[in-house]
Design a protein around this ligand. Structure first.
Ligand SMILES: Nc1ncnc2c1ncn2[C@@H]1O[C@H](COP(=O)(O)OP(=O)(O)OP(=O)(O)O)[C@@H](O)[C@H]1O
Ligand SMILES: [Mg+2]
Length: 518
């Protein structure tokens, strides 16, 4: 048996031995066995609902396993809380950060070291300064966390765990909130941390990232381990096949089409932030029928404000918005929805779903008066039931039943409910924010194909996304949003990922082949 300080790089540090975790109607982890080696980057890969977060939460003391055991340095772990995990040397950064926004970086790092409440902030400051300098991260320890970008907040979470002195760091979909440059920086630093001896467990849906970063990969499917492989021995296709159990296309067929009349015209819209959801500063963008306009941008540059303005949740201070020729600048949301506008918000939990309703109720939310579900003026239970069953099947929503409480579904499956609901009524304009964030590859493939189908049917799509691969794959035109304005418009064939990335970062010199917005 090894002891705490005797585990050499490459030796098993953490052993998950036949761990099972049941939730009502679901086996989230089914006799899972994984060996994590010291100083490796180990990816957990699997479809939505495969059990990745559940496994991570067990290692982090959020859940106790129903069966099986976890060994750290050969000793069985008994964790009753994340605090126990941190004391044992295991830290985790969840997808929803647990920082306190009004407090400073340094205060956020130090709170939680409860036993050391009397701790001198100056000691913490000098340790943090050392971390940041050592890893070349530019964050002011005195900055208020609420004012940092999401990417910077993630750094605070990561350094907080390191400050506690963990030797194993678990990251649940850390790249979902980052720009391409942010992902590069994260990967550079994670590699450094690994080389310094840290063991990293990383959950991601992006196969490219798995290939680029990890040493080994464990694939989960329906709660079971499909296998653990050396990353160097496989390619993306192999991993996709292990995850899904069949070949996945990873490509979307899309043919060039000329757009029809405008379905959305946003003209010189100014909107000052009053809600913390951002401002617009003279934004103009047009979407034609049968056209996908991808709005690329780092989050926080006005995407939420644009989304809110188009669906009528907030109204412009000046400027106009037209849907299919109708001025809707001051129209309420229901009026805009009646014109055939569907929307998929980025913040799905707060905006798109009633978490305490059933899956079925959420699938028809807002559509209850819809023709499809009514017969002679009454709601038809049968129609709602069969629509729900059909949606669950087509979008492969993993749920024990249509009557399951929505709150218990995994991240990706929540997103699928909104997609199924919003794409069901033949909308004329679809406004989607991060449509595949958190979706596994099969679900992403399906959603992207569906979006292209909607376009081919003649719908206009305004696609807000930070995923540049997605923007390039789907867009007929790309518009870059920066500081509440569209700063460049181009076609995917006429530009490069790097150039769009530069515009997203606010670099104005990069516009050789792009033109400013009309
Ligand atoms: N607290 C809970 N109560 C009931 N069921 C749950 C709970 N947490 C998770 N589940 C179920 O356990 C299964 C695994 O969920 P988990 O969150 O681990 O999946 P995941 O692999 O992280 O998926 P995603 O990629 O969508 O985040 C899912 O079917 C989910 O609905
Ligand atoms: Mg998850």
């Amino acid at each position: 048996m090894t002891t705490a300080d005797a585990t050499a790089p490459g030796e098993p540090i953490l052993i998950v031995d036949e761990v099972s975790k049941h939730f009502p109607g679901v086996v989230a982890n089914d006799a899972v066995s994984v060996e994590i080696r010291r100083a490796e980057i180990h990816c957990l890969l699997g479809e939505n609902g495969a059990g990745k977060t559940t496994l991570a939460d067990i290692l982090y003391g959020v859940y106790r396993p129903d069966e099986g055991r976890v060994l750290l340095h050969g000793q069985q772990l008994e964790l009753s809380s994340p605090r126990d995990a941190i004391e044992a040397g295991i830290g985790m950064v969840h997808q929803h950060f647990e920082l306190v926004p009004p407090m400073s970086v340094i205060e956020n790092v130090v709170i939680g070291t409860q036993a050391k409440q009397w701790l001198d902030l100056s000691e913490a400051r000098s340790r943090l300064d050392d971390f940041f300098a050592d890893y070349d991260v530019e964050i002011d320890p005195d900055a208020e966390v609420g004012r940092l970008s999401v990417g910077e907040q993630q750094w605070v979470e990561i350094f907080k765990t390191l400050y506690f002195g963990v030797e194993i760091l678990i990251l649940d979909e850390p790249t979902a909130v980052l720009t391409p440059q942010g992902v590069e920086e994260l990967f550079r630093i994670l590699r450094r941390m690994r080389d310094d001896g840290l063991t990293i467990i990383l959950i991601t849906h992006k196969l490219k990232e798995v290939m680029e970063l990890s040493d080994r990969v464990t694939v989960l499917r329906r709660g079971e381990v499909v296998g653990t492989v050396n990353t160097g021995d496989v390619d993306q296709r192999d991993l996709a096949r292990m995850m899904v159990g069949r070949d996945v296309l990873l490509q979307v067929d899309k043919h060039r089409r000329d757009p029809g009349d405008p379905v959305l015209e946003v003209s010189d819209v100014h909107l000052v932030s009053d809600t913390g959801r951002g401002s617009l500063d003279g934004l103009s963008v047009t979407v034609g029928a049968g056209e996908i306009v991808g709005v690329a941008g780092v989050s926080g540059n006005g995407q939420n404000a644009l989304f809110d303005a188009v669906i009528g949740v907030r109204h412009p201070d000046t400027g106009t918005i037209r849907i299919a020729g109708t001025d809707v600048t001051d129209s309420p949301p229901h009026r805009i929805a009646e014109l055939g506008v569907a929307s998929v918000p980025g913040d799905r939990i707060n905006q798109g779903l009633m978490m305490d309703f059933s899956v079925k109720e959420n699938l028809v939310l807002g559509d209850q008066r819809d023709q499809r579900f009514a017969r002679a003026g009454f709601l038809s239970r049968n129609r709602i039931d069969s629509f729900a069953e059909e949606s669950i099947e087509r979008f492969e929503i993993k749920t024990p039943s249509a009557t399951q409480k929505t709150r218990t579904l995994s991240g990706g499956n929540l997103q699928k409910i909104i997609m199924a609901r919003e794409l069901s009524g033949d909308p004329r304009l679809i406004v989607v924010h991060q449509p595949t964030r958190g979706l596994d590859i099969a679900a992403s493939e399906y959603v992207r194909r569906r979006l292209v189908q909607e376009r081919d049917r003649g719908a206009g799509l305004l696609l807000l996304s930070e995923d540049l691969d997605e923007i390039f794959q789907l867009s007929d035109r790309i518009a870059v949003i920066y500081d509440g304005r569209i700063v460049a418009v181009t076609e995917p064939e006429d530009t490069t990922l790097e150039e769009i990335g530069m515009h997203m970062a606010g670099a104005s010199g990069a516009d050789a082949s792009t033109t400013a917005a009309p």
